[in-house]
Design a protein around this ligand. Structure first.
Ligand code: PLP
Ligand code: COI
Length: 364
């Protein structure tokens, strides 16, 4: 679908970037997703021209026609990846090629054009490079949000002929705000996230729109996240609203739900499978039911459970609540395995440990 020649980015530096003292103030406690950098990347696509008009510009609102297709039929896909500051003052990305590939797969599922992998990575590199001052020190990072939406001005239901791809960046700290190191989750009985044949494996905005009511129900029940069960039997654990999930057992083995088209193939999930197997840990990609989760937590067979994703990194799950009541996992502090795998992953991401799988991409 895409026709591409090597694109040259046109750079327009921000005429009045945020002064350093104000930026430093924002970076002290950025939270997640509210502090944005000075610039953004835009690349246009038209079916007659392919990808064209690549720019790095001051971050600004985008003018849109009210009939733009995305506003009506939600043809939109996105990615999430982080840039880290290195000890020598440089910056790195973690496995951006995997985000580039997943972006292509998501686009294909939504009948959108394929953005070449090199262009995806170059667009991220350019933004990180120009907005390098926004990468927080310490535990923080710069969260990149590449996304693409249908921009044709037409109300007929068909794949758009026009798309806009953008990358914006947000200085972030921890995703979960609470003081507790472990999160609580709400098992949704009434709503499912994705059905076989649907868009569950794609990172498209529509999946998140469909998850919000269940997430609101989780919040009403004082839970941090929703857990979705499968749409067919309503018994198998799939994933959280914005994270994959792992279970750790008393014999040291681990389980994570298999990729079957209805859950997002998380890059953190994939990395943890590799790191666990490197350590000789048995990890099964296997279905695990909510009843079994409850029984194993009660018997002590289940020792730990954790959520994982780019935003959440590895976050222990401490309480599982549903209409039937609640059960707890562990004593509220992170389990040993969760800590060990988190340390291994974060060590590589932050350049503090060896990178045997060549996951680190140097930006500058
Ligand atoms: N599942 C969902 C629904 C997500 O939104 C995310 C976050 O991107 C993940 C899983 C984890 O994916 P990744 O590890 O690639 O960030
Ligand atoms: C991410 O981890 O990148 C996500 O997209 C999840 C979302 C909850 C922020």
């Amino acid at each position: 679908m895409s026709k591409t020649q090597k694109l040259q980015f046109v750079h327009t530096p921000h005429p009045s970037p945020l002064p350093a003292d104000q930026r430093a103030e924002l970076l002290k406690n950025p939270g997640f997703g509210r502090v944005f950098t000075d610039h953004m990347v835009t690349i246009r696509y038209h079916e007659s021209k392919g990808w064209h008009d690549a720019r790095v510009e001051p971050r600004a609102p985008i003018p849109m026609d009210p009939a733009a297709a995305v506003l009506h039929y939600a043809q939109e896909v996105f990615e999430g990846l982080k840039a880290y500051r290195t000890a020598d003052g440089g910056a790195t990305l973690f496995r951006p090629i995997e985000n580039a590939r997943r972006f292509q797969k998501s686009a294909e599922r939504l009948a959108m054009p394929s953005l070449p992998e090199e262009l995806f990575i170059e667009s991220c590199d350019k933004l990180v490079s120009i907005d390098r001052a926004w990468i927080p020190d310490g535990d923080g990072s710069l969260y990149l949000r590449p996304f693409m939406f249908a921009n044709e001005v037409f109300l007929g239901v068909k794949p758009s002929s026009d798309y806009l791809y953008l990358v914006i960046a947000s200085s972030v700290g921890a995703y979960f705000k609470g003081d507790s190191p472990a999160v609580s989750v709400w098992v949704s009985d009434d709503y499912t996230r994705a059905a076989p044949g649907g868009t569950g494996a794609a990172k498209c905005g529509g999946n998140y729109a469909a998850s919000l009511l269940a997430q609101a129900e989780a919040t009403q029940h004082k839970c941090d996240q929703v857990v979705f069960l499968d749409a067919v039997e309503r018994k198998w654990i799939e994933e959280l609203g914005g994270m994959n999930v792992f279970f750790v057992f008393d014999d040291g083995s681990m389980v994570t739900p298999p990729l079957g088209g209805t859950i997002l193939p998380g890059i953190t999930r994939n990395s943890l499978l590799t790191l666990a197997r490197d350590k000789g840990i048995t990890v099964r990609e296997e279905r695990y039911s909510i009843q079994q989760w409850k029984a194993d937590a009660a018997s002590g067979k289940l020792r730990e459970a954790f959520a994982c994703g780019t935003a959440a990194v590895l976050t222990p799950i401490g309480t599982v609540r549903s209409k039937d009541g609640e059960f707890r996992i562990g004593n509220g502090s992170p389990g040993q395995r969760t800590e060990e795998l988190k340390a291994a992953l974060v060590g590589i991401q932050r350049g503090k440990a060896a990178d045997p799988h060549k996951w680190i991409h140097r930006v500058f």
